[in-house]
Ligand binder design. Structure first.
Ligand code: AMP
Ligand code: GLY
Length: 424
């Protein structure tokens, strides 16, 4: 089979790495890919959002399966456009992608399906939103309705911060049309986890649990990033909690989407907060998480192509998905300054040395080739994943490998997966 992976980050490198293990994959392309991906797939210079060019490429190369990493092409309807042309593609339709593309849509589905989630009010008028804030306790959460590259959620600690957020989103229009509407949500306190599930429109199979580290600094301090590291399994999600998430989140959402005539196929990612009063859904994503994928797929024993095909064909029940018992930890190495401005083009050394360590995989995110050097080209540069018999061993192995990597102004968190240790 010829497979095309769309995207260029650590998640897409992980997808390419896993797909390359399938005996079914005869040729893998990635658009646009990165320096690490180019060692396992042929990178083609087409941007992930350029649906028209991706269609031409898939037709010309007779691609048998396209796998979409990021949310933007999904919410723009890449799946619908491919399917119209009889091109096989893994992911949700444009309408189903609204679960991530519109926080208001996701909230409506949750409320209709009876999924536990935070209380919220929706506003299209900044004056009314401002007025509402006066009567609310803080902290409080302000969310732009549409996609805002992960920056559209502001957890405001004071009323001033909340008012600033409303101004930023609705008046200054920092996120453009994504700020046509906002959601003001109660602030939920607890431990977060990411639960992803494969879905075929009718049924779903959850993957092993994981936990992301969104804040830039140790101890979850500082501004949110795309994710500074992850680990799997997340002990906060015990067996009972996993069953509750299946019955109270995935099953009702899959049923509701089907009932509405927009069956959900692909990966559904539920961001969950475990509060004192039980679980609450914070958000849905319509794709694999980044960096969650870097700790989930290395634990997957089953052929990923088989699973994706069974999702497309509505036969997930026949998939029989198996996981390794090992723990996985991924430490993200970033460019100093991220998530603010940072320099690109720094020469990276030590990747080969890190890769030689036991049970270590180096996934590339923002990397590029410059002559014979691998250089930084993004905020998140590498994701160093290590497997271990337990979480402590995986942490040790991951940080040993991180120690091999060098470039000017390197930055990483030093406490990835520490939260899991308190459960031991
Ligand atoms: P989202 O893009 O909706 O996942 O939000 C990004 C991050 O903001 C989440 O991972 C949480 O850490 C935080 N967040 C979102 N909604 C809430 C909420 N209602 N209460 C507390 N934190 C939240
Ligand atoms: N790790 C968070 C996300 O993929 O959205």
């Amino acid at each position: 089979m010829k497979v095309l992976v769309v995207g260029s980050g650590g998640r897409e490198h992980t997808l390419v790495w896993k797909i390359a293990q399938s005996p079914k994959a005869s040729k893998i392309y990635c658009a646009p890919g990165n320096a690490g991906i180019s060692q396992q797939a042929e990178c083609v210079p087409i941007k992930a959002e350029n649906i028209a060019e991706l269609i031409c490429f898939a037709q010309e190369k007779e691609i048998d399966l396209t796998v979409v990493g990021p949310e933007a092409p999904l919410t723009k309807g890449i799946v619908d456009e491919f399917e119209k042309r009889n091109l096989r593609i893994f992911g949700p339709s444009k309408d189903a992608s609204q679960l991530e593309g519109s926080k208001v849509f996701a909230k409506e589905i949750m409320l209709e399906a009876g999924v536990p989630t935070g209380k919220c009010e929706i506003f299209e008028d900044s004056d009314k939103a401002t007025h509402y804030i006066e009567s609310q306790p803080v902290p409080i959460v302000i969310k732009a309705d549409g996609l805002a590259a992960g920056k559209g959620v502001i957890v405001a600690k004071t009323k001033e911060e909340a008012l600033e957020a409303i101004d930023l989103i609705m008046v200054k229009r920092t996120f453009g049309k994504a700020g046509d509407r906002i959601m003001i949500e109660e602030c939920l306190i607890g431990e977060e986890a990411s639960i992803l599930a494969f879905c075929d429109g009718e049924s779903f199979i959850p993957m092993v649990s994981s936990q992301d580290h969104k804040a830039i600094y140790d101890g979850d301090m500082g501004p949110n990033t795309g994710g500074m590291g992850a680990y799997s399994t997340a002990p906060v999600i015990n067996e009972h909690m996993m069953e509750t998430i299946s019955s109270k989140v995935f099953q009702p959402v899959i049923n509701k989407m089907k009932q509405k005539g927009i069956p959900y196929k692909g990966v559904l990612y539920a961001g969950i907060m475990i509060t004192e009063s039980g679980l609450k859904v914070l958000e849905f994503n319509v794709r694999f998480g980044d960096p969650e994928t870097q700790v989930i797929l290395p634990r997957l024993k089953t052929d990923l192509i088989d699973i994706m095909e069974s999702c497309i064909d509505g036969k997930l029940n026949e998939a029989g998905i198996e996981w390794e018992n090992e723990a996985a930890v991924c430490v993200v190495i970033a460019s100093g300054g991220y998530p603010g401005p940072y320099k690109k083009g720094e020469i990276i050394t030590g990747i080969k040395q890190a890769e030689q360590l036991q049970d270590v995989i180096v996934f590339h995110a923002g990397t590029a080739l410059a002559g014979k050097d691998i250089v930084t080209s993004g905020g998140r540069v590498l994701g160093i994943t290590a497997l271990g018999a337990n979480i402590e061993q995986a942490i040790d192995r991951a940080y040993k490998a991180v120690g091999e990597i060098h470039f000017n102004k390197i930055y990483f968190r030093s406490d990835i997966a520490d939260k899991a240790l308190k459960y031991l």
